[in-house]
Design a binder for this molecule. Structure first.
Ligand SMILES: NC(=O)C1=CN([C@@H]2O[C@H](COP(=O)(O)OP(=O)(O)OC[C@H]3O[C@@H](n4cnc5c(N)ncnc54)[C@H](OP(=O)(O)O)[C@@H]3O)[C@@H](O)[C@H]2O)C=CC1
Ligand SMILES: Nc1nc(=O)c2c([nH]1)NC[C@@H]1CN(c3ccc(C(=O)N[C@@H](CCC(=O)O)C(=O)O)cc3)C=[N+]21
Length: 292
């Protein structure tokens, strides 16, 4: 094996330690950070994520409440729930777990989360801000994947990057973040003719598709960094989108699954929760100062 295995757990711990200190300071000021997670219908897909969020929130000193709504709930009812959470000053962040049932349009729901409580960075306004390189509340998974790459001894300017998968939540924001850092970005998806042609030319490959074994060692340039974002359950085990063994032979660095991007994503979510709480406190203080 050639690749250095990137330790996402210890990376996440560093971020969490900082977040814990900030959460304590906010709590002392009467602004204890608090998150609400909303799952609708089939909760299995996001269950692991929610469980890890709950655990990490407790460790970071962030309040956490997981809510499940039945698949029969309407968009209007969910918008009502969100309006209540937006208006509640004790709630500082709202996470809408994906996937949602087919009758709930995800964009309409994300739009109903107040932008200051959008801890996953998925409100159309937050997504739009990425184009302006304004990352106050960036989308956690994309930010996590990019922060991992930034920690490697590679120069981001001019780096040839291949992103496989172009979802709104992962692939597209990664492409924008990397462009913002000066990389040259190629984005592949299910209509791309030969993904291997693009991935083999890249110094860094991000993969977020949801297909185990999609990326093989022969699709990589020797020494490249491989950031595997996929989370798949196969025979009761969690695996990524890369065939780990063959990729580790060729890559210079590789993120394992589990223990790679996943824990870092959760730590960025907690960081965003603290940041959102601080923004809300400042917003409130400014409004109060203007009123007196
Ligand atoms: N670690 C973490 O924190 C997170 C991990 N994940 C994981 O990442 C993976 C992707 O999630 P998500 O982005 O939400 O998934 P989506 O299903 O929304 O998107 C998958 C993307 O992969 C593309 N795709 C499908 N088949 C191929 C192919 N053969 N070659 C290249 N691209 C292809 C699709 O393209 P098209 O639209 O054109 O079909 C689409 O853009 C999942 O395993 C998920 O569990 C997700 C979020 C967070
Ligand atoms: N709105 C929304 N945002 C998401 O980011 C989102 C989502 N919905 N729906 C579900 C997927 C999946 N996902 C995971 C993130 C981290 C781990 C994680 O922490 N995994 C650990 C543990 C794995 C294990 O123990 O098996 C690891 O990779 O080491 C898992 C899964 C986020 N997703």
């Amino acid at each position: 094996m050639n690749a250095t295995i990137i330790d996402g757990k210890s990376f996440a711990e560093q971020t969490l330690a900082q977040t814990r200190a900030e959460a304590q300071a906010l709590s002392a000021a009467g602004w204890a950070p608090r998150l609400v997670s909303i799952s609708v219908g089939d909760v299995a897909a996001a269950e692991l994520y929610v469980r890890n969020q709950q655990k990490r929130a407790e460790a970071a000193g962030v309040g956490f409440e997981a809510r499940n709504y039945p698949a029969s709930i309407s968009l209007e009812q969910l918008q009502g729930v969100l309006a209540g959470l937006n208006a509640d000053p004790r709630i500082n962040g709202i996470i809408i777990q994906r996937p949602l049932p087919a009758h709930i349009p995800v964009k309409a729901l994300q739009k109903a989360v107040h932008p200051l409580k959008d801890v996953e960075g998925m409100h159309p306004a937050s997504i739009g801000n990425i184009v302006y390189n304004d990352l106050e509340l960036g989308p956690c998974t994309a930010v996590a994947a990019v922060e991992i790459l930034k920690s490697l001894p590679l120069q981001m300017e001019g780096l040839n990057v291949c992103v496989i998968g172009h979802s709104e939540i992962v692939g597209k924001p990664i492409a924008f973040l990397m462009m913002g850092l000066g990389a040259t970005v190629t984005v592949c998806h299910h209509m791309t003719r030969q993904v291997a042609v693009h991935s083999r030319a890249a110094d860094a490959v991000f993969v977020a598709v949801g297909k185990p074994g999609l990326v093989h060692g022969d699709m990589l340039k020797p020494g490249a960094a491989l950031i595997d974002i996929g989370i798949n359950r196969v025979d009761g085990r969690t695996v990524g989108d890369a065939d780990f063994d063959s990729c580790a032979e060729v890559a210079g660095w590789i993120t394992p699954v589990p223990g790679g991007v996943g824990p870092v994503t959760v730590s960025i979510l907690m960081k965003n929760a603290v940041r959102a709480t601080r923004l809300q406190m400042e917003h409130y203080q400014a409004a109060f100062a203007a009123a007196v």
